[in-house]
Design a binder for this molecule. Structure first.
Ligand SMILES: *[C@@H]1O[C@H](CO)[C@@H](O)[C@H](O)[C@H]1NC(C)=O
Ligand SMILES: *[C@@H]1O[C@H](CO)[C@@H](O)[C@H](O)[C@H]1NC(C)=O
Ligand SMILES: *[C@@H]1O[C@H](CO)[C@@H](O)[C@H](O)[C@H]1NC(C)=O
Length: 354
């Protein structure tokens, strides 16, 4: 579609030009390739009247104006490829004077410039058509997270870059987070463009480990090639602490009960300590890391336990008040009354069925 349009523009442009005759030589006005691709330089002579074609040559002109012959076709002497930077990579598609299109393999940055399809004709003399070749550049894409602290204002949490693209790439972000982004582009001395984008967010502990994705799109000759770069966010926050394992059924003499101190923090906590409100941890209690183990419940654990956790960003603590009670010799304690309720329930369910 696009090539067709360029062909038309080329033809129109050639027809309107004056000077050296061009109306019979059809070429594309402009083409673009990426390094490594094959360059297709089309040329066709549309015969009119009794013009005789003697020979056709392709002339390359570098951006700084140096011209050289890269391919020649003569009906008798056939193909010839003079010494040039493209020698060995260039060939005629058909050995034909009317359609002397050529292909150049493995496009290089240095192949950029003008390619003229030049006919020697009789009796009108020289007739030419010129194609301008632009060698594009795939951008070098990368994305990375920025480690931040949880806070209440928006900060940059990830960056993405599409370096030295031609044409310039565009960057967007795909995310379930409620952030926003901006991009800037900068022209490089070699004619390429570097695009940078920053993703901003009010970082919360819940955003730690969240995956967002940078999408880089660069237009190529005939399609779009979006590329996705996932980024895992890193949000640091001080510990938040909770104490688990208390079932409200700590009666005098009960064996083997335990409390566990759970901390959520990034980075992982460097220190954890258990204390009791009434002084130091009773001797009936054993502490193993985040676990506090009571071999046998007595009055000494009828107190408030405090767990404090620290990481680089600060500390967090939580407390739990244990209520030790004495089980009546006859009457059921809370545990037995649970069981009693359970069995009463089962009994009623069974009674309904029967
Ligand atoms: C792309 O960028 C990375 C890091 O920014 C760099 O290490 C690498 O050499 C670059 N690659 C090219 C082909 O420029
Ligand atoms: C985004 O906008 C901020 C403030 O307007 C600016 O400081 C920053 O450089 C911009 N970042 C990019 C990558 O465009
Ligand atoms: C535990 O302490 C409470 C008051 O905080 C007290 O009422 C209760 O009798 C105590 N229990 C035991 C077994 O000492």
């Amino acid at each position: 579609m696009r090539c067709g349009l360029l062909w038309l523009i080329g033809v129109l442009w050639m027809t309107l030009s004056s000077g050296v005759k061009t109306q019979n030589v059809k070429v594309l006005r402009e083409i673009e390739v990426f390094p490594g691709e094959t360059i297709h330089l089309r040329c066709q002579f549309v015969k009119s009247g009794s013009i005789k074609l003697t020979q056709v040559s392709w002339i390359y002109e570098s951006p700084d104006g140096v011209r050289g012959n890269i391919a020649v076709f003569h009906p008798t002497y056939r193909e010839s490829f003079p010494e040039s930077a493209v020698k060995g990579r260039v060939r005629f598609v058909l050995a034909s004077l009317e359609t002397p299109s050529i292909e150049i393999d493995n496009a290089q940055k240095t192949d950029e410039g003008k390619y003229t399809c030049e006919y020697a004709t009789y009796p009108s003399g020289q007739e030419v058509g010129t194609t301008t070749l632009t060698v594009l550049s795939k951008s070098n894409n990368s994305a990375s997270p920025v480690t931040v602290r949880a806070g209440s204002s928006a900060v940059v949490v990830a960056r993405c870059e599409a370096a030295q693209g031609k044409p310039a790439a565009t960057i967007t972000w795909v995310s379930s987070a409620n952030g926003n982004y901006n991009s800037t582009s900068k022209e490089e001395p070699d004619g390429t463009v570097t695009v940078k984008s920053e993703y901003r967010l009010v970082p919360t502990p819940a955003d730690n480990g969240r995956e967002i994705s940078c999408e880089v799109t660069q237009r190529t000759q005939d399609s779009f090639h979006p590329q996705s770069f996932p980024v895992k966010l890193t949000v640091e926050y001080p510990p938040s602490v909770k104490i688990e394992g208390y079932d409200e059924n700590w009666y005098m003499g009960r064996a083997d009960v335990a409390l566990t101190c759970q901390a959520d923090a990034n980075p992982v906590p460097a220190m954890l300590s258990w204390t009791v409100a009434s002084g130091s941890v009773p001797s009936t209690v054993q502490v193993y890391g985040n676990k506090l183990h009571v071999k046998k419940v007595d009055e000494s654990v009828n107190t408030t336990f405090v767990c404090e956790v620290k990481n680089r960003l600060g500390s967090g603590k939580n407390q739990l008040t244990v209520k030790v009670f004495v089980r009546d010799a006859g009457g059921p304690g809370p545990a037995t009354s649970y069981l009693l309720h359970f069995f009463t329930g089962v009994f009623f369910v069974l009674a309904c069925y029967l």
